[in-house]
Design a protein around this ligand. Structure first.
Ligand SMILES: O=C(O)C(=O)C[C@]1(C(=O)O)C=C[C@@H](O)C=C1
Length: 341
């Protein structure tokens, strides 16, 4: 059990070498075989292909068969979840899944074998015959299922293996998408995977191996998908900021001034509030709640409360990794905001 004591900064706890190697290999090999690469030097996959996935034009089997679809076989998202007004509220809701997921994962040891290619004997899916890690295998299998039911046609979802997605088995759906076309080429999942395995897990989990590989991998898949969604929401946040100050942003975009964009989109006081809220949520979700009403328990001394994960540590992970990567997505999106228009 973690205490409420001040957490050691994640950056000062280097990951075991084996984990660093495993994730690096998975990222570099993944770029060649389907895993998303960092988009710093260009789109991770081709623009027309990604559009096909989003629009469902690669999904003829499904579009041809639905009676509930529109005249072109495409359904429309009737929810308002991608309207710009709902973006900040969604970020706050997503915190709950992320915090619960991190606490869930922290009950298991690091279990390094899950991240090492061949560490656990799983079927290989890399075309070049190199072995996959158990996490890569589970993530890709999960995307095969989600991909069939249009998860990755939604503009707020990003696959870790976008080049390996299957055809849809249900009709395509058209989503309201307030983003500029350049958004389609931005996918930083390879960086997110690297950060999760090498920085976040070592800050969260006990060293060692408890052999709960299946539970570990399931928690990891869910956490990676939640983190990916949260971080790529930066595209929507950036779009709302652009629309609020179009002249200022346009000037910086035309100058390709990444540092200026970062300054303009950063709200230090909002970040402080996020860290405080996340820390409070981690304190609430991470304590053992008994069947007694709080009033029957009397006043509990804060120092007596045992937490599953030190709440400050979760706040730090937000400050050090999750918010900076969300801002990186915002800058990447804004730098290309005027492309293809
Ligand atoms: O809420 C915003 O304005 C955001 O851009 C999101 C976010 C975050 O990741 O939580 C990122 C940058 C800001 O400095 C504050 C918060």
């Amino acid at each position: 059990m973690a205490s409420h004591a001040a957490a050691t900064p994640a950056a000062s706890r280097p990951a075991p070498v084996s984990l660093r190697l495993a994730a690096r290999r998975s990222c570099s090999r993944g770029t060649a075989t389907g895993a998303a690469g960092s988009s710093a030097s260009g789109p991770a996959f081709s623009f027309p292909e990604q559009r096909a996935r989003r629009s469902g034009t690669a999904c003829s089997a499904a579009t041809a068969s639905s009676s509930k679809a529109g005249s072109n076989g495409t359904q429309t998202d009737k929810s308002d979840r991608l309207s710009l007004d709902n973006i900040r509220a969604s970020l706050i809701r997503q915190e709950d899944s992320i915090i619960f997921g991190l606490i869930e994962r922290a009950q298991y040891s690091i279990n390094a074998a899950v991240y090492q290619p061949g560490g656990v004997d799983v079927p290989c899916f890399h075309p070049d015959g190199t072995r996959a890690s158990m996490l890569e295998f589970m993530l890709r299998e999960n995307e095969q299922t989600g991909g069939k039911i249009r998860r990755y046609t939604s503009p707020d979802e990003h696959a870790f293996y976008p080049d390996s997605l299957p055809l849809l088995v249900i009709p395509a759906m058209s989503y309201p998408n307030p983003l500029a076309p350049a958004a389609e080429g931005i996918n930083i999942n390879a960086r997110i995977m690297d950060m999760y395995v090498n920085d976040l897990l070592p800050a969260l989990c006990q060293e060692g191996d408890d052999f709960n590989y299946g539970s570990t991998g399931l928690a990891d898949v869910s956490n990676l998908q939640c983190l990916s969604k949260r971080i790529h929401y930066g595209k929507f946040v950036a779009e709302s900021k652009f629309q609020a100050k179009p002249e200022e942003f346009t000037e910086l975009i035309k100058a390709q001034d990444a540092a200026g964009l970062m300054d303009l989109l950063t709200y230090k006081e909002v970040e402080d509030r996020v860290v405080r809220r996340v820390t409070n949520k981690a304190a609430t979700y991470g304590q053992d709640i008994s069947e007694e009403l709080p009033s029957d328990l009397g006043l509990r001394n804060q120092k007596d409360i045992e937490y599953k994960v030190a709440p400050e540590r979760v706040g730090e992970l937000y400050r050090e990794w999750i918010m900076p990567m969300t801002k990186d997505v915002q800058v990447e999106y804004l730098l290309r905001r005027l492309d293809h228009l």
